[in-house]
Design a binder for this molecule. Structure first.
Ligand SMILES: [Zn+2]
Length: 114
């Protein structure tokens, strides 16, 4: 998110100050980045340069683009989802591995590796 004004656009009360924030993606730390941080609500905004650095780091770590849309397909009496190869690789998933699956509210499903 690129913001030029110094007033926080989220809470509209705080001021944005230069600071550093630690970014993470899919539970993996990407390191620290320069950011403007609101002194009231703590919301942070990074500029385009930091955004590029973040993207580069995520690509190096092999976690860039891990989130993707997949389709639910019918498989007998149940429904199946195919786990994309990138995620399989990232998690070192192998065929036959036991996983636990459960809903987290109505809009999310968690798949836990055991
Ligand atoms: Zn704020």
């Amino acid at each position: 998110m690129v913001i030029d004004m110094k007033k926080c656009p989220v809470c509209e009360k705080g001021k944005l100050k230069e600071g550093t924030i630690e970014e993470e993606m899919f539970g993996v730390s990407l390191g620290k980045f320069k950011a403007e941080v609101c002194d009231k609500c703590n919301e942070s905004f990074i500029d385009e340069t930091a955004m590029k650095q973040l993207e580069t780091k995520a690509k190096q770590l092999g976690i860039w683009g891990l989130a993707q849309k997949i389709k639910v397909v019918r498989s007998g009496n149940s429904l199946s989802i195919r786990i994309p190869a990138k995620i399989v690789h990232f998690l070192n998933l192998i065929e036959g591995k036991e996983i636990v699956v459960y809903p987290d509210g109505k809009g999310k499903m968690v798949v836990e590796l055991t």
